[in-house]
Design a protein around this ligand. Sequence first.
Ligand code: SF4
Length: 466
Amino acid sequence: MRKYALLPFNFITILNHEILINELGDFIITPIGTVQKILSHSISDEDLYKTLVSNFFVTEEILPSLLDIYASRLRTKKGFLDDKTSLHIFVLTLRCNQNCIYCQASSQEETSKHCSMSLEDMTASVQMMFHSPSPNLTMEFQGGEPSLEIDLIRHGIETAEEINKEKNRKLTYVLCTNCRKLSDDMLELCKQYNILISTSLDGPSYIHNKNRGREDSYEKTIAGINKARAVLGNEFVSALMTTSELALDYPKEIVDEYVSDGFNGIFLRALNPYGLAAQNEDWKRYNQRFISFYKTAVDYIIEINKHGIFFREEYASIILRKMLTPYTTGFVDLQSPAGTINSVIVYNYDGYVYASDESRMLAEIHDYSFRLGKVTDKYEDVFCGSVAKRMGKIWANEALAGCSSCPIKVYCGADPVRHHSTQGDMYGFRPTSLVCEKNKAIIEYLFSLIVERGDEVLPIFRRWVK
Ligand code: SF4
């Protein structure tokens, strides 16, 4: 009988294998019955035993020295906490020049009044951003359609650049735009400050135009993407898609569209239950259809890669980075403690600060649960106030019922805002949680690919996480 002690790990059974997963996200694929052998100290396979020791599943040494190494690797995995709040979203306006059928931001007509941020609030928001201790600050401009407020963008950036002469942070700017009206002035500003363009492209014209509520939307978006690429370079332009009900029937066509438009990846993004999208009546059915859509699309993307084309699915890449590398990802939706406040904050057009993008969307349907304060308030009162404290009690899945014992929690994240909006309770109830169902299905699906087709998919996955 071997002498060793167990370190914390859990396991799931997939395709007649036991996948052992430790707290660092390392995993070992083993035959059925392995866990029982580990527990009864009866492992006869020498190679497996060495793997268990070297990957922190069992320990032969006295704990303190081993724990130092373990702790340092865990610190690396939670490295996003060192960076503090680095993503600062500025919702400039609700005005928009599109009518997306699932608009999650409760947008208003282009000509609407009183739904844009004032210059004073922009100044105060930028000042508050610099109170964050993060060495990297990203200013992301959102709406409505933020390019309708070019003066506000310019003012925000100039204010940030001025303050930064003293503060010396690494500043990154992102413009989330539908690309309908990318004026020369706007692109000149983008060129001047290296602003990254993040646009929305839902797939071929018959999907994009239907989703976006205008017949010429696809043509305008593609033209805007090409114009931005010509001025800024391809690497400055990325696109996101949102999976409407219609899109669920076209996984391959959507991927083909992204490939033919010259993108090297796609983020297959499910609808969020906010804004107009909240009117979807059957979220459970949507969730299940989305999971099938996702798997079909990823299977297809793998086939494309097998033909020598580098093209990755971004959500899978984030999860795979957690599985296959020792590093942190910084992706706010899959963090524990949650990305809200810790990594992202929102300065809204109305002068209030919210815990996340989803939080401000809830405010548009008169749910102010995640309103942290005003942009003119003290930084400490906003970032460490009563709402933040309440959320802080339930934003780590290591401490949540259901998640704490979940074998795949290290790849997943806590999402108090989503659980509040879908279950009426920030804590959430995992057996009926749709976000849990989706994440679990996707993570287990990636494992099933590795178990069943490891030789074929792992070289592709390793390229995705570089
Ligand atoms: S949300 Fe679900 S999949 Fe994610 S850690 Fe919690 S129980 Fe596991």
